[in-house]
Design a protein around this ligand. Sequence first.
Ligand code: ADP
Length: 309
Amino acid sequence: MALIINVNHLSKKFNDTYAVNDLSFTVNEGDIYGFLGQNGAGKSTTIRMLLTLIQPSSGIIEMFGKKLSTHRSEILKEVGAVIEKPDLYKYLSAYENLSIFAKMSGIKVTRQLLMNQLQMVNLQDRAKDTVKTFSQGMKQRLGIAVALVHNPALIILDEPTNGLDPQGIADIRNLIIRLSRELGKTILISSHLLSEIELIANRMIIIHKGKKMVEGNVADLLDPAHTLVEIETLNNTEAAALLQQSTWAPFLLPKNQLQLMMNKTAVPQLINDLVTMGVQLLSVNSSHSLENYFLSLTTQSGNVEAFTN
Ligand code: ADP
């Protein structure tokens, strides 16, 4: 499988602070690659370096097998990006906007091509309407159509669902999946929401304070075997003692005897056993350990064991 992006030991320093710190990652052809991190983690800075809007302090970026520093224009022809709210002409129609940007990018513009693009982002019925009548989600989709007009192989979207309502978020999500499945595009999408990335990405990275925390296949990282279960009871000391003597003992976390790391599918059996043992249950809360880990990066608390070794 071809490497579309290969980032090696990339850093960016603003004054004395590293916004991106020794970051390495790879995006393969056909990936929907989730670039996940809290606000300020360094996502936009990394994306701006990928688009040559700012220069790295150190490190190497290769795209399509070529060094970005030496093959900039050749590489960027294959990249379409939406990095801030798309800059559209609000008094012009969707079609006119797309037409202008298509001509600026130097491609041969036909009505068929533009209508196909509008159809791809599900705006074909609004082609003649001015952008000022559009919802934020529609503007975002038109922005993506503009980014796609020169038929790039790689699409980079920086927090494309920010500020959108649930329907707008679902529309963007479906669009990204279509771009991947139907057009075979490689997509890098940044987000501060694990729940968002988990729904669409096949691979992902979590960055924090400019550094890589984890990278891998979403299915592996979110393996149900890494479910953190927290139990609350009327008598926690007694419940902990009962659990230690039970078949659940190997799953108990050393630091907290009312927390287990286990497979999600076994949670109903655990509840059953707790009731049979006479534990007076108040609640059983299960969440994926990656979720807890991600949360802990901002709160600096919570359980981080599964991903910090
Ligand atoms: P994210 O996109 O993950 O929210 P950013 O890449 O925008 O994070 O920011 C990472 C860090 O770099 C933040 O601490 C931010 O304040 C800092 N930063 C970003 N751009 C600049 C800049 N032009 N000058 C100084 N600091 C910056």
